[in-house]
Design a binder for this molecule. Structure first.
Ligand code: GNR
Ligand code: NI
Length: 179
């Protein structure tokens, strides 16, 4: 397995729509395994393939807490086949928006259909943080970040800060000379 670099916003690759996987073959399984390793190392509770620069509809999730039995899910082509009328609010974070958090309302319970690592069709009913995390990851496959669910004011504030941090990181000599 290999730990992969995680893209941070703003990055055009995080705004693109990912392509469905035709079949979960050895290369998709390797991507799923690398993504789980990357997610655990971050650490995070979910990761979508576009966050590691792969524009494929693949996500991994594990919302088990430290000390609990791990509960990893590896999903290709995840699709919501049912969502509850009731919404739930969670304070969300994202490995591609480091150090920024915001409250997002999403359906409280979902049913997701997907291909597992063995290329078998499965369905999972989820609620709580698992339901929120799966929806957050499916959003990534459509180029949507959690800040896109917030007001333009909050979104732009966060994105401006990330852009500034990125410029300072990329051009330390220039920034120092310019300031
Ligand atoms: O690690 C993560 N935590 C999190 C918390 C609340 C709602 C969603 C998430 S997912 C995030 C990892 C990530 O960026 N996945 O795309
Ligand atoms: Ni995210």
């Amino acid at each position: 397995m290999a730990k992969l670099p995680i893209l941070t916003a703003p990055d055009p690759r995080l705004k693109q729509k990912a392509k469905p996987v035709e079949r979960v073959d050895e290369s998709v399984r390797r991507l799923m395994d690398d993504m789980l390793e990357t997610m655990y190392a971050a650490p995070g509770i979910g990761l979508a393939a576009p966050q590691v620069g792969a524009l494929k509809r693949v996500i991994v999730v594990d919302v088990a807490r430290e000390g609990e039995e791990p509960q990893p899910f590896q999903m290709a082509n995840p699709e919501l086949v049912w969502v509850s009328d009731e919404d739930a609010n969670y304070e969300e974070g994202c490995l591609s928006l480091p150090d920024h958090y915001g409250e997002v309302a999403r359906p409280a319970a979902i049913r997701v259909r997907y291909l597992d690592a063995q290329d078998e069709i499965r369905e999972l009913q989820a609620e709580g943080i698992l339901a929120t995390c799966i929806q957050h990851e499916i959003d990534h496959l459509d180029g949507i970040l959690f800040v896109d669910h917030m007001s333009a004011l909050k979104r732009n504030m966060i994105l401006r800060k990330l852009l500034k941090a990125k410029k300072q990181h990329a051009l330390p000599a220039y920034s120092a000379a310019a300031s």
